[in-house]
Ligand binder design. Structure first.
Ligand code: NDP
Length: 282
């Protein structure tokens, strides 16, 4: 058996095409704040700006040297919160080492109405209620949900096993799948016998950042495998899943690159449109 390859590009293109008329009508604006020149961040920001341009979304890219101080960054956030022309903004993570411990403060400072990354407590907390309250979900989990919808992969009643419990991927995708009727298991670095867990998955989501750690023997025949992980190796970008062997046993699998990545960008743009609509009605 060879798995259906779940490519992100057609899903992202369809989502962006569906957003285009609203972008034109509502004219939202996204600001991307970038500190330092982390190569991965450079590439992510480039992709975001490119997709925004493709749908005609206004953007501003504010860059700071890696040495920027926390007060300067916080002042920028306060200014963006107050600027009525700015629909939403993101602070590209990770921050340089001296600011990284302050990430929770940085996220907390972003007005929840403009938190288009959906990383703040308000937007994350609302997701606990039901799908009706997933207004500004974090982009990667939202992208995964859109991908499952596009490829008509049923979620209700399925056992979803998630490897990784970060606040931006693992936990929110767990909640979104729970909201859609999946039975959810969340694994992490303290999980004993990871394989015994992953083997049970109808839908297996890997969000760790360890290249090739999910091997064929850890996957149930016919499982749907979603690989969020991105590791920069000497052989290029690699996912958490050993794609070559797992594709022979899975029923569907995302490639890395070209799977979840494009969806993350498209979901961010959708959040900008949603944020604008909600700001107009508040
Ligand atoms: P984090 O580093 O925040 O979280 C990693 C998670 O993996 C943690 O919960 C950790 O457990 C768990 N973990 C680590 N080692 C193991 C192990 N041996 N067995 C089981 N679990 C383990 O990462 P993120 O969630 O931010 O990102 C995960 C990956 O996804 C990264 O590669 C990142 O680059 C990628 N990513 C890709 C995106 C895309 O658009 N394609 C977007 C966002 C992220 P514990 O909590 O116990 O430490």
């Amino acid at each position: 058996m060879s798995a259906l390859i779940l490519r992100g590009a057609p899903v992202a293109e369809a989502l962006l095409a569906s957003l285009k008329s609203e972008v034109t009508a509502l004219n939202p604006k996204l600001v991307i704040v970038q500190v330092g020149d982390d190569p991965a961040s450079q590439s992510y920001v480039r992709q975001k700006l490119k997709s925004c341009e493709a749908v005609g979304l206004r953007t501003e890219h504010r860059t700071f040297k890696a040495e920027v101080t926390l007060p300067v960054l916080m002042k920028t956030i306060a200014d963006l919160n107050a600027d009525s022309d700015v629909t939403g903004f993101i602070v590209q993570l990770p921050l340089p080492a001296h600011l990284q411990p302050h990430v929770p403060d940085v996220i907390k400072a972003i007005d929840p109405k403009k938190d288009v990354d959906g990383f703040g407590a308000y937007n994350l907390g609302k997701m606990f209620l039901s799908t009706d309250f997933e207004h500004l979900p974090p982009a990667t989990p939202a992208g995964i949900i859109e991908m499952l919808r596009f490829y008509e992969i049923p979620v209700e009643g399925k056992h979803a096993v998630i490897v990784g419990r970060s606040n931006i991927v693992g936990k929110p995708i767990a909640m979104m799948l729970l909201n859609r009727g999946a039975t959810v298991t969340v694994c992490h670095s303290r999980t004993q016998d990871l394989k015994a867990m992953t083997k049970q998955a109808d839908i297996l989501i890997a969000a760790v950042g360890k290249a090739g750690m999910i091997t064929k023997d850890m996957v149930k025949k016919g499982a749907v495998v979603i690989d969020v992980g991105v590791s920069r190796t000497k052989d290029g970008l690699k996912g958490d899943v050993d794609f070559e062997s797992v594709k022979d046993i899975a029923s569907a699998i995302t490639p890395v690159p070209g799977g979840v990545g494009p969806m993350t960008v498209a979901s961010l743009i959708r959040n900008c449109v949603t944020a604008k609509k909600r700001q107009m009605h508040s």
